[in-house]
Design a protein around this ligand. Structure first.
Ligand code: DAT
Ligand code: MG
Length: 169
């Protein structure tokens, strides 16, 4: 019940998730889906100890992607980015846990796979910035905006995590 109220509150006011309840938006991009990296990416987030609260496969519309990447609208690569991101299905996810926004960015690596160390997703599986396999929100505020953009309320699930006592003291 508390989880449901928080979810509604967070989606309407784009605030509300903190501490172990912090949430982020992660998406396996069309190249990641084509290259069969969905399982590997989910495996990393699961093993780390984060909780999956939303998951779906969809082919995103250009309108959704233009809104998602609104801040980059003036960049020369913007139209190519929208074309690439709408070229095939993506796997959209919401993951929850302590510091999940910041830690996910570390797990992803740098924007350009060339600058991403081995051990990170982009460092292990990508070569070029224009095909960097995975998206992750860059701040708590963007995470809340992106979750509200990509997911309906009834697609975010509240469930009791039986391992939480082994993850949080
Ligand atoms: P990130 O995805 O690491 O948050 P971003 O928000 O700056 O990076 O850019 C969004 C995406 O746009 C990025 O994942 C890949 C693409 N992109 C960024 N810089 C680019 C560039 N110089 N050339 C081509 N694509 C680029
Ligand atoms: Mg970004």
């Amino acid at each position: 019940m508390i989880c449901l109220v928080l979810t509604i509150f967070a989606n309407i006011f784009q605030t509300g998730w903190t501490g172990p309840n912090e949430r982020t938006f992660i998406a396996v991009k069309p190249d990641g889906v084509q290259r069969r990296l969905v399982g590997e990416i989910i495996r990393r987030f699961e093993k780390k100890g984060y909780k999956l609260v939303g998951l779906k496969l969809l082919q995103a519309s250009e309108d959704l992607l233009r809104e998602h990447y609104w801040e980059l609208r003036g960049k020369p690569f913007f139209s190519g980015l929208i074309r690439y991101m709408s070229s095939g299905p993506v796997v959209a996810m919401v993951w929850q846990g302590l510091d999940v926004v910041k830690m996910s960015r570390k797990m992803l690596g740098e924007t350009n796979p060339r600058d991403s160390p081995p051990g990170t997703i982009r460092g292990d599986y990508g070569v070029e910035v224009g095909r960097n396999v995975v998206h992750g929100s860059d701040s708590v505020a963007s995470a809340q905006r992106e979750i509200a953009l990509w997911f309906r309320l009834n697609e975010l699930h509240c469930w009791e995590d039986s391992s939480s006592h082994w993850l949080y003291a």
